[in-house]
Design a protein around this ligand. Structure first.
Ligand code: CUO
Length: 666
């Protein structure tokens, strides 16, 4: 259980809440003041909590405090929705504080954290409140469980104020090289990637009050963000000479990939269940979770979804047919397949993607006879660790691609920017057109998530992929009259397929990973654009992923959404993996969304959008690679119009480990 209140006054780590006696849980009430003073030993400030009439919690308390919590389980979602509504419904911040303090010691801790985070993110009066990074509250969802035993041991031995040596997490701890899939563990188990995924689903909940769920193009972003995860995963796989991930399409067949997470839930005091090789999903009948669903039903939903795509229309809840249009169709499908409450007809098209997570996460105990909880696929904070996540999402993506394949091809005039020629592009900052990758070790303080004394810092040291910073240099000739605005779109893809052959455009388009996207002003004549890799519209800096409460930086939860900067570039390989850098300058007149995007945390919008704003690019997400090419185009070269350019480059990996403070990194 986290020892600190999650809800903290800004910048103050030495405050405790002065909890009214009748707020204490029943078993602590007899102790009264003794409890408050115990936790307030080192506090310099007591924050008063006004007693208010607490709304009835009802079924929210059905989820015990020591159970695991999953948003994918319909019953859990429902009670999370209730709790979010209670938090959103509080009139003032003081009332919210009171009800948060009251519920914190009563409701399930994961549920409490999730619901309060969503509420703080969406209440207009809580936009400047700090939330600790999720890894600091629940480190057990991200780290080898051995860490906690060591931390406890250190806490007993090392004096409180002595700086402890960080506890090192080995780079390989979940499997050995006997398992081919283990080559991708550094990606799947990357802490920053898993934090991004948890944050994304926090920012885009699929069930809560409609005002919270309804966000501009959320269904399309569900498709695009996960499509990019699969593209990135495939890029990493090709770096290791592994074939692209196989879709999980035969639901009745054994799943050959095994996964042993080696995580222990500190809340549930249980290890997360593992999956041995070759297990099959089966009908679910788990009364406690109120999950009762047959694989047949999942298949019926699938068939209806495919029928809708081939008909080009979906049946709304009122029985009326709704066309899947060229631009908005993908948004409708995203909400329908995920599904969110914005689905046009949840009763008919079901809840396919979410329940797929549930089927897989209960594969080891589908009828609850062993009283086991769900596996990592059941939680957005942990799902990306498991190889089967990518198989499931590759399948989900193939449905979206099936729809995209039905759309009109982009004509040359929808791609070209007349008068604009990209004359040269390159990667600078080391050897020209070469990106270097290597291992880096970084430290993070986890003490907030530890519930034992003494309360010193608890640093862990983990190893992650990193790349040397680089810049793109882009030369654009504007032969038109006067200044023009453009959007610069930068993508990267492997140059060869698994057989070592050059790609056909129709396949390579799905492997392009977005690296950056930004607006440019182009004067008449020749322009040289330089842009640093650290400015990417896809990523957030390391400090934001692991943001530190002690630093006086304005942060809020939305800011935690963004691909981690250290994972911007795929690993490549020692020989230098051959890639293709693609740059396009599109006509800003067709891209623009008129709105102000001033403010904080608007820098990772490619995957996360901008808080309370429209998605800041009017084009279909993934443009220009989101559709099949026009007739006569077989290769990337044939696809190019003068405002695009391709440059061969390499990603060279060095199997050396550098500390974050060593010079090579910055
Ligand atoms: Cu992000 Cu399946 O949606 O995990």
């Amino acid at each position: 259980r986290p020892k600190e209140p999650v809800f903290m006054p800004k910048g103050d780590n030495n405050a405790v809440f002065d909890v009214p006696n009748n707020y204490l849980p029943e078993n602590y009430k007899p102790l009264g003041m003794q409890i408050t003073s115990r936790f307030g030993e080192s506090a310099t400030e007591k924050i008063p909590v006004t007693p208010i009439t607490i709304p009835p919690l009802g079924e929210i308390l059905d989820l015990a405090r020591d159970e695991n919590f999953s948003l994918f389980i319909p019953k859990h979602r429902k009670i999370a929705g209730r709790l979010i509504d209670i938090y959103l419904g509080m009139r003032t911040v003081d009332d919210l504080l009171s009800v948060a303090v009251y519920t914190r010691d009563r409701v399930n801790p994961y549920l409490f954290n999730y619901a309060l985070s969503v509420a703080l993110l969406h209440r207009p009066d809580t936009q400047d409140l700090d939330l600790p990074s999720f890894i600091r509250t629940f480190p057990d969802k991200y780290l080898d469980s051995k860490v906690f035993g060591k931390a406890r041991e250190n806490a007993n031995i090392v004096p409180e104020n002595a700086r402890q040596e960080p506890i090192e997490i080995p780079k390989d701890y979940t499997a050995s090289d006997l398992e081919e899939e283990h080559r991708l563990a550094y990606f799947r188990e990357d802490i920053g990637i898993n934090l991004h995924h948890w944050h994304w689903h926090l920012v885009y909940p699929f069930e809560a009050d409609i005002s919270v769920v309804r966000k501009d193009r959320r269904g399309e972003l569900f498709y695009y963000m996960h499509q990019q995860i699969i593209a990135r995963y495939n890029f990493e796989r090709l770096s290791h000479r592994l074939k692209r991930v196989e879709r999980f399409i035969e639901w009745r067949a054994p799943i050959k990939e095994a996964y042993f997470p080696k995580l222990d839930s500190l809340v549930a005091s249980r290890p997360w269940p593992a999956r041995v090789a070759n297990q099959k999903i089966s009908n679910l009948k788990r009364e406690l979770d109120q999950v009762k669903l047959d694989v047949d039903e999942l298949e019926r939903w699938r068939d209806r979804i495919f029928a809708a795509i081939s008909a080009g229309e979906v049946r709304g809840a009122d029985g009326k047919m709704v066309t899947l249009s060229e631009f908005e169709g993908i948004d409708v499908l995203g909400n329908m397949i995920e599904s969110s409450i914005l689905s046009p007809n949840r009763a008919f098209y079901g809840d396919m993607h979410n329940m797929g997570h549930v089927f897989i996460s209960y594969i080891h105990d589908p009828d609850h006879r062993h009283l086991e909880s769900f596996g990592v696929m059941g939680d957005s904070a942990t799902a990306m660790r498991d190889p089967v996540f990518y198989r499931w999402h590759a399948y989900i993506d193939s449905i979206f691609q099936q729809f995209k394949d039905t759309l009109p091809r982009y004509r040359e005039n929808q791609l070209n920017y007349p008068g604009m020629t990209v004359e040269d592009i390159s990667i600078e900052g080391g050897s020209k057109n070469q990106i270097q990758t290597f291992w880096q070790q970084s430290d993070v303080d986890l003490s907030r998530g530890m519930d034992f004394q003494p309360r010193g810092a608890v640093f862990i040291r983990f190893t992650h992929l990193q790349h040397r910073p680089f810049t793109y240099k882009i030369v654009v000739n504007n032969t038109g009259n006067g200044n023009k605005m453009g959007t610069c779109r930068i993508f990267l893809a492997p140059k060869f397929d698994e057989r070592g052959n050059p790609w056909l455009f129709r396949d390579q388009k799905n492997l392009f990973i977005e690296m950056d996207k930004f607006m440019v002003s182009l004067k008449q004549g020749r322009n040289t654009i330089t842009r640093s890799s650290s400015q990417s519209s896809v990523t957030i800096p390391f400090e934001r992923t692991f943001r530190d409460l002690d630093a006086n930086r304005p942060t809020f939860n939305f800011c935690g959404c963004g691909w981690p900067a250290h994972m911007l570039v795929p690993m490549g390989n020692a020989e230098g993996m051959k890639c293709q850098l693609f740059v396009m300058i599109s006509d800003y007149q067709n891209d623009r969304v008129d709105q102000s995007v001033e403010g904080i945390c608007n820098d990772a919008y490619s995957f996360c959008g901008i808080k309370d704003r429209k998605y800041p690019d009017a084009r279909s997400m993934g443009y220009p690679f989101d559709r099949q090419p026009r007739d006569g185009v077989d290769t990337l070269q044939q696809f190019l119009t003068p405002n695009m350019r391709v440059q061969d480059c390499t990603i060279t990996f060095s199997n050396r480990v550098f500390r974050r403070d060593q010079q090579k990194t910055q």
